[in-house]
Design a protein around this ligand. Structure first.
Ligand code: NAD
Ligand code: UFG
Length: 346
């Protein structure tokens, strides 16, 4: 029997490339579609180096219906892992149309073509940001998807909403081959593959904490700004649930196996279930890299919340998934990637 073939949208990106490694190592065949708007083809060269396996790469946009049709005509796709999307919160506030076009319309085109070709299994990269600002710090999946504070987050919530309607329509038409959809709500993915060959390669100055800290550690950036030290948290700094990108990638394989067991559309948190503060992250970097991280406390960043972390219980019960790597692994692996590739894939 030939291996199942998975279409990975956005597979050249940070999380997608790690998912490709896990898929290939687990024996799946992989087709990647990526327009390289936020990635370099070198990431896929490195995926091949890590796994010793080849994958099919199509440089195209998911909004390009014909390109998608060509892929589904040429390959018998079993399921889609849908990572392709724009993800910069600040940019989404400045250019909302670009975000809705790419993230929402792109997913519409993708699902339309999937349906035409009878491929009705999809795992979608969602985010904890869809919960908005709930009155709790520990997020369970039954919290309302409501109040995302920026167009990026709203685009994720819109796609979730849209995807939920697909199996409903199947039920109405008594489809014998209904949609099976898993929404994975990531908390804060960090870290890199243990080989140091692939990792996060942000364009320009990073917006997110860990890429910023690691560029300070490697000497590319001078000083980190810590956004606020007066939050009601253990040390006043913001607290987030950091999850190792390889754990996250493995969560997608578990989801793939669970697709047949679920009915309709189901959401799962992927997080460690524990938060760390910005100051704890800085301390871990200093300890593990042996470098001192220069930082200054500045005003809170608009739109930030004080603290959140996942209740990852549902993913454990139904996907048989939990994080295996700890904060030291996350920092050590980030550092291995950053120090071996100070300029990313260039
Ligand atoms: P990334 O930018 O590294 O990867 C996304 C990839 O998709 C890139 O390679 C980009 O070139 C590609 N892409 C974007 N639009 C495309 C289009 N229209 N057609 C084809 N390819 C396209 O980002 P990532 O961190 O790997 O994130 C992957 C997914 O996970 C995204 O959907 C993101 O919103 C989501 N997510 C990320 C985080 C995070 O903190 N990294 C958190 C929650 C959710
Ligand atoms: N932070 C700093 N200095 C920086 C960058 C971040 O102090 O230079 C702090 C933030 O204030 C926050 C923490 O570090 O307390 C983490 O910030 P990130 O920007 O790394 O991550 P966020 O939690 O803000 O955002 C992440 C994803 C978004 C997603 C959001 C909600 O990057 O895509 O989680 O789930 F929308």
């Amino acid at each position: 029997m030939s291996a199942e073939k998975i279409l990975v949208t956005g597979g050249a990106g940070y999380i997608g490339s790690h998912a490709c490694v896990e898929l290939l190592q687990a024996g799946y065949d992989v087709v990647v579609i990526d327009n390289l708007s936020n990635s370099k083809p070198e990431s896929l060269v490195r995926v091949a180096k890590i796994t010793g396996k080849v994958l099919n790469f199509v440089e195209a946009d998911i909004c390009d219906k014909q390109a998608l049709r060509d892929i589904f005509s040429q390959h018998k796709i079993y399921a889609v892992m849908h990572f392709a999307g724009l993800k910069a919160v600040g940019e989404s506030c400045e250019q909302p149309i670009k975000y809705y076009q790419n993230n929402v319309y792109g997913t519409l085109v993708l699902t339309e073509v999937m349906q035409q070709f009878g491929v009705k299994k999809i795992i979608f990269s969602s985010s904890a940001t869809v919960y908005g600002e709930p009155n709790t710090v520990k997020y369970t999946e039954d919290l309302p998807v409501f109040g995302a504070t920026n167009p990026y987050g709203k685009s994720k919530a819109m796609v979730e909403d849209m995807l939920q309607d697909l199996p409903v329509a199947d039920a109405l038409s008594k489809s014998r081959d209904p949609w099976k959809i898993i929404l994975l709500r990531y908390f804060n993915p960090i870290g890199a593959h243990i080989s140091g060959l692939i990792g996060e390669d942000p364009n320009g100055i990073p917006n997110n904490l860990v890429p910023y800290v690691s560029q300070v550690a490697v000497g590319k950036l001078e000083q980190l700004s810590v956004f606020g030290d007066d939050y009601p948290t253990l040390d006043g700094a913001g607290v987030r649930d950091y999850v190792h990108v390889v754990d996250l990638a493995k969560g997608h394989l578990n989801a793939l196996q669970a697709l047949n067991k679920i009915t309709g559309c189901k959401a799962y948190n992927l997080g460690a279930g524990k938060g760390y503060s910005v100051l704890e992250i800085i301390a871990a970097f200093e300890r593990i890299t042996g470098k001192s991280i220069s930082y200054k406390i500045v005003e809170r960043r608009v739109g930030d919340i004080a603290e959140n972390y996942a209740d990852p219980g549902l993913a454990l019960r139904e996907l048989n998934w939990q994080t295996e790597k700890n904060l030291d692994d996350m920092v050590a692996d980030t550092w291995r990637w950053q120090s071996a590739n100070p300029n990313g894939y260039e």
